[in-house]
Ligand binder design. Structure first.
Ligand code: UD1
Ligand code: UDP
Length: 385
């Protein structure tokens, strides 16, 4: 049998981090698969950082990012550019990941060419169309198109079953973010910023902070920044490190409130290897990110999530993640307790791995081999320990 052509469509920081281990795994099987990498480059700099980290070569770079892009303009540029590439490449399958515009438009463009779609990280749901926005809708629409659903957990599989997707099309693989994290942490590391080496060696408590969600822009994000400002002023024994997302909507809120505080370090987005190592050295994390909610628990780091709902309930159940919402007072009080109370900290700081065992990419590639009839064997489901 001739190798099947698998096109992977990615474009932002998180979908590229999570597809990287799958690209690397597929490339190990040249007799079964030829791999085509298509980057929308919905993100430019933050995408290039990830490509460099994993040594991924891009076959088609659509370079669509524009400053302060609107959802509609981004969508139309992505679908047009992808249409032309899929017409040329005619892959046997398109793989997309997660819930970004690139994810949904990648699957829509494939559908227009009648190419089957495999959805990595399928079945995450909050059941609130507007939260997170537009990601909840992006993933629902992607599920409707996909032929294969790679669910990271049993909870995600059950959500897809509830919506009527065929049992035979859903596979519990674990989340490939844990594969990526293991790759990033496997070597000894020196930070690319000297200042981070200094901060880490000081042995103060590092509070790692990230924020970028569209539904938090403006007032909610301002409130969260004010909570952090209050914490930083009150506790000189903490160092807040905040690699600020490149979105101008975020930067315009963050800098006026958090710049010029001695123990708050606003820095540019870090390479994935730097970020993973910094997370491993941090005391706890405050974030509205999806991916970080999955990574930090596996390192035993408490996470305060700046959201009212989460599509990742597993680590909340295990106790490592707490939803604190966007109320300034609540964020301040919950973080203060983690800083002051060792028992409260210990209660949250236990390493749990509900999202994966680092073998998601292997499982996904094995499922693809089965789908294309290279093998009769299917891997067994990932089970949450
Ligand atoms: C996007 C995803 C979101 C994901 C997030 C991860 C959508 C609609 N949103 O949100 O689901 O959680 O990425 O970070 O798909 N920019 C740069 N350089 C970069 C990246 C971004 O300058 O490398 C700036 C540009 O001005 C760009 C803006 O950020 O227009 C917004 O980027 P966009 O991808 O539209 O939205 P995000 O908020 O990053
Ligand atoms: N990340 C990174 N550098 C940073 C901040 C985050 O590499 O400066 C990684 C992080 O480890 C995680 C991913 O980016 O894997 C999360 O991306 P983001 O928060 O932008 O998107 P989300 O996961 O919320 O969609």
């Amino acid at each position: 049998m001739h190798p099947r052509k698998i096109a992977l469509v990615f474009g932002t920081r998180p979908d590229t981090i999570k597809l990287a281990p799958i690209i690397l795994e597929l490339q190990k099987c040249p007799r079964q698969f030829s791999v085509v990498t298509i980057a929308t480059a919905q993100h430019r700099h933050m995408l290039d950082q990830v490509l460099k980290t994993f040594g991924i070569r891009v076959d088609h770079d659509l370079n669509i990012m524009q400053p302060k892009q609107s959802l509609a303009s981004l969508t139309s540029r992505a679908v047009n550019a992808l249409d032309a590439v899929l017409e040329k490449e005619k892959p046997d399958m398109v793989l997309v990941q997660g819930d970004t515009t690139t994810t949904f438009i990648g699957s829509l463009a494939a559908f227009y060419h009648r190419i089957p779609v495999g959805h990595v990280e399928a079945g995450l749901r909050t059941d609130d169309k507007l939260n997170p926005f537009p990601e909840e809708m992006n993933r629902r629409l992607t599920s409707a198109i996909a032929e294969l659903h790679f669910a990271p957990t049993i909870t995600a599989k059950n959500a897809l079953l509830r919506e009527g997707y065929a049992r035979e099309s859903i596979f519990v693989t674990g989340n490939s973010v844990i594969d990526a994290l293991k790759i990033a942490l496997q070597q000894d590391h020196r930070f690319s910023l000297r200042m981070l080496d200094r901060i880490v060696s000081q042995k103060k408590h590092i509070v790692l902070l990230t924020m970028h969600r569209r539904e938090n822009w403006g007032k909610p994000m301002r409130g969260a920044c004010c909570a952090v400002q209050r914490l930083a002023r009150e506790f000189s024994g903490i160092d807040v490190v905040f690699p600020v997302h490149l979105n101008p909507e975020v930067r315009e809120v963050v800098y006026p409130i958090l710049d010029n505080l001695a123990n708050v370090h606003l820095i540019e987005p870090l390479s994935y290897v730097d970020f993973a190592h910094l997370m491993a050295k941090s005391y706890f994390v405050i974030t509205d990110s999806g991916g970080i909610q999955e990574e930090a628990p596996s390192l035993g780091k408490p996470v305060l999530v700046l959201r009212s709902v989460t599509e990742r309930p597993e680590a909340v159940k295990f106790g490592t993640v707490k939803l604190v919402g966007l109320d300034q007072n609540r964020i301040y009080k919950t973080a203060k307790k983690l800083i002051e109370s060792r028992p409260a900290y210990k209660k949250m700081a236990s390493a749990t791995n509900p999202y994966g065992d680092g073998k998601a990419a292997q499982r996904i590639v094995a499922i693809l081999k089965h789908y294309f009839a290279f093998t009769k064997k299917l891997p067994s489901d990932f089970k949450i320990p």
